[in-house]
Design a protein around this ligand. Structure first.
Ligand SMILES: Nc1nc2c(ncn2[C@@H]2O[C@H](COP(=O)(O)OP(=O)(O)OP(=O)(O)O)[C@@H](O)[C@H]2O)c(=O)[nH]1
Length: 242
């Protein structure tokens, strides 16, 4: 699926899904990526999809980010399995339980990928690097888990610099693009099409001048029950909300 702008000029789209147990920092990372800000308090029951126009490797892409809320772990995951172009599975380096929780997500995702011969990339993200002195999960344990499931691995802090958070989201976009190209080479995109999954439209990537900064253009909410919408509006005050 792609959006056409002006004279049949297609723009790439990429859907990213953040997964992880409560409190691992999914919302903090999402908000940092969207607004460059760290906000310490969030509505934990909020689950929304945000959209931002970015330029990754000099190519425009509309990045949609689903910040999930899964009280029971990867049980009811159908809503994002077929929607995602890449997954970011987040744990907190100062919380061993959140690392254990990650393994359930990785198992569920890898089962999905195997079942549907899908190449949807997975990034394992150890968040709260600023809490290193309280670390309960070593970097090598993170790397080993990522290697076991064929994921890329990153450690980051949502309250440190914006660039390292942006880097992870951009890496997810890059890997989604590569995965999609690989899928079309392997002719597995038909499986995904049956599931209603869009593949990443390669021709959308064209050389563009590098802008001074990638700008947040839209912030879109879904599943906007009125109670949750209020929290979202507060959270992203100053941005255009649909
Ligand atoms: N020190 C530190 N705290 C963080 C970081 N990221 C998030 N937090 C804090 O950790 C708590 C949980 O963060 P959230 O972003 O709400 O976690 P979540 O994974 O979205 O949790 P749910 O929405 O409940 O699923 C909040 O108090 C955040 O301020 C980080 O990088 N460093």
């Amino acid at each position: 699926m792609s959006v056409m702008f002006g004279k049949a000029k297609p723009c790439a789209e990429c859907n990213l899904v953040l997964l992880g147990v409560m409190g691992s920092g999914k919302s903090a990372l999402t908000v940092k990526f969207l607004t460059k800000r760290f906000i310490s308090e969030y509505d934990p029951y909020l689950e929304d999809i945000y959209s931002t126009d970015e330029v990754v490797d000099q190519q425009p892409v509309t990045v949609r980010v689903m910040d999930t809320w899964d009280q029971e772990g990867p049980v009811n995951c159908e809503r994002y399995l077929s929607w995602a172009d890449a997954f970011l599975v987040v744990y907190s380096i100062d919380d061993k339980e959140s690392f254990k929780g990650c393994q359930l997500y990785l198992q569920a995702l890898s089962l999905h990928n195997n079942t549907f011969r899908s190449q949807t990339p997975i990034l394992l993200v150890g968040n709260k690097l600023d809490m290193d002195r309280y670390r309960q999960v070593s970097q090598s344990d993170g790397e080993a888990l990522a290697a076991r499931f064929g994921c890329s691995f990153f450690e980051v802090s949502a309250c440190w610099d914006f660039q390292s958070v942006q880097h992870i989201f951009y890496e997810a976009v890059r890997r989604a693009k590569r995965g999609s190209e690989h899928s079309s080479l392997l002719n597995v995109s038909e499986d995904k099409a049956l599931l209603g999954v869009h593949s990443f439209p390669t021709p959308c990537y064209r050389e563009m001048p590098v802008p001074a900064t990638a700008k947040l253009v839209t912030v879109k909410t879904s599943r906007a029950q009125s109670k949750r919408r209020a929290a979202t509006l507060t959270l992203l005050k100053g941005f255009k909300i649909f």
